[in-house]
Design a protein around this ligand. Structure first.
Ligand SMILES: [Zn+2]
Ligand SMILES: [Zn+2]
Length: 284
């Protein structure tokens, strides 16, 4: 759907320096870091990876365990593939406590009807600018619709949505998931339409400068190698320790991040499970 114009987000930039991931500032939700060894993120839907059991297809979805509440982030494009991959990964819809939908594009919400056939009595968090028909559909299915405006909101003790960000003139608004861990923040994006660097900067400004991992769609397919390398440099400048681009990041961006990040590049696709074992302690 079309974007609702440009929303200027005036973020509370002051106070970002010297904050750690458990620090609080006015207006920032209460959040406490999860022990990184307890966190488990499974990619359910992606256009990279795949095998005879798990089908790769355009879109993104992941499943996050270990937090106070178990989170499903996006649902991919095709309901049958989404349901098949959930089954292949032995993930039951009953395990899901809440569903976060990053933005209103089919490759992120297309699996919603299939998911609602399996599970409806849960909260579904969407940017408040989602279209009226999709909001009505979620309510009619029996789910509790949570509309996310510009401000960050807690999803559980260890995770927040960073709030609705503008996708600019051409793309829908998008929300980003942030998980506080003992090693820094984990930032999960759907398509990163607001811009992947702007998203990382927002995460740092709101939640603190330590970013352990940024994963998901970075939306760099349309970019040339020079632009992508500048974005990789921005990641380094912003202190992002691990990068796991998938979905709409594109093959070239994955190559550039792999070269620049070396052992701190995490190659993800459908079926990938990220755990604490993927991360080395930060050097002092
Ligand atoms: Zn997408
Ligand atoms: Zn999109």
């Amino acid at each position: 759907m079309a974007c609702f114009g440009i929303v200027l987000l005036l973020l509370p930039m002051a106070g970002a320096h010297g904050m750690d991931s458990s620090a609080q500032a006015e207006g920032i939700p209460m959040i406490e870091p999860i022990d990184i060894q307890k966190l488990r993120i499974t990619v359910i839907y992606d256009n990279f990876g795949g095998n005879e059991k798990l089908r790769a297809d355009w879109g993104f979805s992941c499943f996050i365990q270990g937090l106070e509440r178990t989170i499903l982030f996006d649902t991919g494009l095709d309901g049958a593939i989404f349901a098949q991959n959930m089954e292949g990964l032995k993930i039951s819809p009953k395990q899901v406590d809440l569903l976060v939908l990053s933005h209103e594009h089919g490759d992120h919400i297309g699996g919603l009807p299939a998911f609602f056939q399996m599970r409806t009595n849960l909260s579904v968090w969407v940017p408040s600018s989602f279209s009226a028909p999709v909001k009505a559909y979620i309510r009619k299915a029996g789910a509790l619709l949570e509309e996310v405006a510009d401000d960050p909101r807690p999803l559980c003790r260890q995770a927040v949505t960073l709030g609705k960000m503008s996708g600019g003139a051409f793309w829908p608004d998008e929300q980003v998931l942030y998980i506080a861990t003992t090693e820094g923040g984990v930032v999960i994006t759907g398509c990163a339409h607001p811009g992947i660097v702007a998203i990382v900067e927002r995460a740092r400004a709101l939640m603190g400068p330590k970013i352990l991992l940024v994963m998901g769609g970075f939306h760099l397919s349309p970019y040339g190698e020079g632009q992508i390398r500048r974005i990789v440099d921005d990641f380094k400048r912003l202190g992002v320790r691990y990068a796991a681009p998938c979905h709409c990041s594109g093959v070239l961006a994955r190559k550039c991040f792999r070269e620049a990040y070396g052992p701190r590049y995490i190659d993800i696709g459908v079926g990938t499970v990220i755990t604490g074992a993927d991360f080395k302690p930060a050097s002092p």
